[in-house]
Design a protein around this ligand. Structure first.
Ligand code: BDP
Length: 331
């Protein structure tokens, strides 16, 4: 009896299939999964695609992966947890919702902590970004660069906001972080933390009266169609982080890690450039779409209204006084 006849055809097929599957798995690293909350045509999305493409090219295809846009891999708070576990390999996260997992990052969610976007760049590319990078790393996240997300302003379906008192009684959607609830309450409004993906319907059906965001997000989500008053309070400048799972990063060779870091720096420069252009384009789109935009030249009343947010935060987090001072006392 020949060997082939000794084993059934079925067993042989299974064995060949198993061997066939095992070989590539053992020889190649798994494909990375990149989480992105934004639509494909968005500065963050282009930055992420460029990052992945550069890593693949410079490692001769050893490292590859895919960016999943439009939040299909889950909401931001869920994705942060998955990143920490290495289920998601990389992504661009707002440091707003990041505060729940990495408390030190809350410092950038304090209203008016940065004096301007250029100042934010300076602090995040220096000591401030370094301090937050360390805190992120302790929670399993490697920061590769800080993207621009401009400044967030209020929009709603009722009326222009010119003073904090105009927010009183309004139902305002905020990102998932208690600090933002405190911020709205400090102006007498009702805050509703809610996932990004739910905001459009919620404004449309009146569950909330409005929300707050930067021009590209206000435009790309079509929120401007259902909330036609955009009031340039610019109360929050929250940078975003091109982040990698430490689990994934630590498994790389030192050479691969250097490639990843360099691609991170390059994609950050690209994203910041694209951001500036998109902000202007988005303002044009929303104005053409019927939005009433009002500038708020003097923001001091809003700044004054935020005092309780700082007081509560510092009272609850005495260990963060130094970090807050590093940011707020910067020139
Ligand atoms: C956008 C951020 C995104 C947030 C979103 C939000 O880029 O990460 O999820 O705001 O408001 O500006 O939820």
């Amino acid at each position: 009896m020949t060997f082939a006849k000794m084993i059934s055809k079925k067993t042989l097929t299974a064995a060949v299939a198993a061997a066939g599957m095992m070989v590539p798995l053992a020889a190649e690293a798994k494909d990375w999964r990149g989480w992105n909350i934004h639509v494909e045509d968005y500065p963050v999305s282009h930055g992420m695609e460029a990052f992945m493409a550069e890593v693949t090219e410079k490692t001769g295809g050893e490292l590859k992966g895919k960016v999943f846009h439009s939040g299909v891999l889950g909401s931001q708070p869920d994705a942060i947890e998955q990143l920490r576990l290495g289920i998601i390999d990389f992504g661009v996260f707002s440091l707003g919702p990041m505060g729940q997992a990495v408390p030190a990052t809350n410092v950038v969610s304090l209203p008016f902590i940065f004096k301007s976007v250029p100042q934010m760049y300076e602090i995040m590319d220096g000591e401030g970004g370094e301090a937050l990078g360390k805190a992120l790393e302790e929670k399993g996240i490697v920061a590769l660069g800080y993207y621009d997300a401009g400044a967030r302003s209020f929009y709603n379906s009722i009326k222009p906001i010119n003073a904090p008192a105009d927010v009183a009684g309004m139902k305002v959607r905020v990102m998932n972080n208690d600090l933002f609830v405190g911020m709205i309450e400090a102006m007498g409004g009702n805050a509703t933390p809610m996932a990004f993906a739910e905001v459009y319907q919620s404004i449309k059906t009146g569950v909330v009266d409005g929300a707050e965001n930067n021009p590209p997000s206000y435009e790309s989500t079509s929120h401007f169609e259902v909330a036609q008053y955009y009031s340039m309070s610019q109360h929050l400048i929250i940078p975003e982080c091109l982040c990698m799972a430490k689990k994934t990063f630590d498994a790389l060779t030192p050479e691969q890690q250097e490639v990843v870091r360099e691609a991170g720096r390059n994609s950050t420069a690209l994203q910041r450039d694209l951001w500036q252009k998109r902000e202007m384009a988005s303002m044009e789109i929303v104005k053409a779409g019927g939005v009433t935009v009002n500038e708020i030249a003097d923001k001091s009343a809003f700044q004054a209204a935020m005092a309780p947010v700082y007081e509560t935060f510092l009272a609850d987090n005495p260990d963060m006084v130094e970090l807050v001072d590093l940011f707020r006392n910067a020139e």
